[in-house]
Each structure stands twice: as structure tokens, then as C-alpha cells.
Design a protein. Structure first.
Length: 122
């Protein structure tokens, strides 16, 4: 049997400079810059699982809740205080879509490039 661990996740972005989306997630999560180039930037928190951002030509943001352009990735970010985390994310440029099903357990948001992510309690 082969043992697998997740090394990283990479988000595609339309920004000419992937650092713009990196800054959003860096401020939201507190992760530190791990790698930086013109086409790819990565954040790390020392856990061994990094979060990367890559420049992609002709990027199309996912459309929620429909599937005209389906989501390419969905991140769940664990938070201690849901309302405070949502407020911070919105201040940093996230958008809260009308379609919400999590109640007090999670909130669905869209990052500045249109990727779906959830803030999850606990």
C-alpha cells in the first residue's frame, strides 16, 4: 500500500499577477509566503500542505449555484468564530452568495476570483 499525503492545492486565477489572490488568502488565513514568481505564488503554514495560486490564460470564474461554469475547487477553512471570520472575509473582498444552506455551521463565500470556499466552525 502506498501512503499519500496532500502536498498542496493550487487555485487558478485570472489576475495578471497571482499575488492579488494570494494576498486575499494570506490576510484571511494568516499563512506565510512560501514561494513567489510571476506565474505562481504559494502560501504555507508549516503543516506540509501549501496553498498555491497560478496565473491562467482565459480563466473563467465558476458560476453559482448553476453549473454553466462549474467550480474547479472548493476549500473549507476551519474557523473558531463564524461571524467574525465571515466579516473579515467580506472586508477583504469575498462575496456572500444568496444561496446558503449551512445555518450556524458554515458559510459559503466566493473569493475575489470567484472560487467557492466555506468557513466551517470547529
Amino acid at each position: 500500500m502506498v501512503a499519500w499525503t496532500t502536498r498542496s492545492f493550487a487555485l487558478s486565477c485570472y489576475f495578471a499577477d497571482p499575488r492579488a489572490l494570494t494576498r486575499f488568502y494570506q490576510e484571511l488565513t494568516g499563512m506565510q509566503l512560501g514561494y513567489d514568481s510571476d506565474e505562481f505564488v504559494a502560501l504555507t503554514d508549516g503543516s506540509g500542505c501549501d496553498l498555491g495560486f497560478q496565473q491562467v490564460d482565459r480563466y473563467r470564474a465558476p458560476r453559482r449555484p448553476g453549473q454553466d461554469v462549474p467550480q474547479q475547487l472548493h476549500l473549507d477553512l476551519r474557523v473558531e468564530e463564524l461571524d467574525a471570520a465571515e466579516k473579515l472575509a467580506l472586508e477583504l473582498g469575498a462575496v456572500r452568495p444568496d444561496h446558503q444552506r449551512g445555518g450556524d455551521r458554515w458559510r459559503v463565500l466566493l473569493d475575489p476570483a470567484g472560487h467557492t470556499f466555506c468557513l466551517v466552525v470547529g
